[in-house]
Design a protein around this ligand. Structure first.
Ligand SMILES: O=C1O[C@H](COP(=O)(O)O)[C@@H](O)[C@H](O)[C@H]1O
Length: 232
């Protein structure tokens, strides 16, 4: 497994550079197969990237967008990743893209995960583009240290699809794609910003338990090269 670090002068330059790479991969997929799939992260980091990508001229009608992970909350909730994507990515040119949510108004998170697995399976596999984030605790997607289903989520034998996750650091119950769903994307990106996140990355790259810093699973075992996009 290989990693490449792409360093930018600042967040604005990173947003543009990452948008160029993602748009190029989506365009190549559309040229080859007629459609393209994109799975993005939530959190505070991707807003500028989403806005830059939404302006890229692309055949967005043939792009399907989903989330790497989501909170078990409706899109109106201020902590919803769906809400973040709707407000910042599914705008401008990208307003024509199709969005497949992970949250569903089901009686339980487990039922929502099952519905999300079925709905996203129709997007095909592997994803053309996956953009991961990383928390300061070393989580990525909703692979949280101490998570109730962390070992299952990281097990390469766990099938593609969406499962639930509860963890102390997670707030709400989460819905997350499994490791096997994300690690073989045509373009696999880790998008991080700031010196604090760079320090976390350096710690994750050192020897240690994957369960303590789940981003290690991607750094060590992803089938696709991991392209790390960073700016101070
Ligand atoms: O909980 C989450 O956090 C991570 C990182 O978020 P950030 O605010 O530090 O950028 C994110 O990748 C994940 O999708 C989100 O659900």
């Amino acid at each position: 497994m290989s990693t490449t670090l792409h360093t930018f002068e600042n967040g604005a330059a990173l947003a543009e550079g990452l948008s160029d790479a993602v748009a190029a991969r989506l365009a190549a997929a559309i040229a080859a197969r007629g459609t393209a799939s994109l799975a993005v992260s939530g959190g505070s980091t991707p807003k500028a990237f989403f806005r830059a990508l939404s302006r890229r001229p692309l055949d967005w009608t043939n792009v399907t967008v989903t989330l790497v992970d989501e909170r078990f909350v409706p899109p109106e909730n201020e902590r919803s990743n769906h809400g973040l994507v709707a407000a910042n990515l599914l705008q401008d040119q990208a307003a024509k893209a199709r969005f497949v949510p992970l949250y569903h108004a089901a009686p339980t998170a487990g039922a929502a995960a099952a519905t999300a697995s079925a709905a996203t399976a129709a997007m095909g596999a592997p994803f053309d583009v996956v953009v991961l984030g990383m928390g300061t605790d070393g989580h990525t997607a909703s692979f949280f240290p101490g998570g109730t289903r962390l070992e299952e989520a990281l097990d390469p034998a766990t099938p593609r699809g969406v499962i639930t996750m509860d963890a102390e650091g997670a707030g709400e119950t989460r819905l997350t794609f499994t490791f096997s769903s994300l690690q073989d994307a045509g373009l696999l990106v880790l998008h991080i910003e700031g010196d604090g996140k760079k320090d976390v990355l350096v710690r994750a790259e050192a020897p240690g338990d994957e369960l303590e810093m789940p981003i290690r699973a991607m750094l060590r075992r992803a089938a696709s090269p991991l392209e790390i996009y960073w700016a101070p």
